[in-house]
Design a protein around this ligand. Structure first.
Ligand code: ZN
Length: 127
């Protein structure tokens, strides 16, 4: 089985936040998602292939549909482990869950956007 993280595979673009068209240019302006207030800053187009990253006004509102399942998966997983398996009390569990989700929020939003643009833009190898 070929490595799904290799260039040319959608997972490469999604995981490494690369341009979905060429897998070279960065999808976000800053490498770190924890530069608060600038976490979701994106260039208008790819620095390598000029792929438009703002496909239409409000394009990334749709990424709520892709970040929601990530959050749901995390909540179900963390609830199963901490609340049901380790039998944490309710208040500490919610504090822990809130802290984890709040901390991961910039990553979740970036992956949501990365998945969203990859749904609409196909990879094109070099001509
Ligand atoms: Zn590109």
């Amino acid at each position: 089985m070929k490595n799904p993280l290799r260039k040319g595979h959608k997972l490469h673009s999604i995981v490494f936040w690369k341009c979905p068209n060429c897998h070279e240019g960065d999808l976000f302006t800053h490498k770190s998602p924890y530069i608060l207030l600038k976490s979701l800053d994106m260039p208008k187009e790819c620095s390598n292939c000029k792929q438009d990253f703002e496909i239409e006004p409000g394009f990334y509102l749709g990424s709520l549909w892709t970040s929601y399942p990530i959050v749901a998966f995390l909540v179900i997983g963390l609830t199963t482990y901490f609340y049901l398996y380790l039998e944490m009390k309710v208040i500490p569990f919610f504090l822990l869950l809130s802290t984890i989700l709040f901390t991961l929020q910039p990553l979740i939003m970036r992956f949501g956007r990365s998945i969203w643009i990859n749904i609409f833009v196909k990879y094109k190898s070099k001509k």
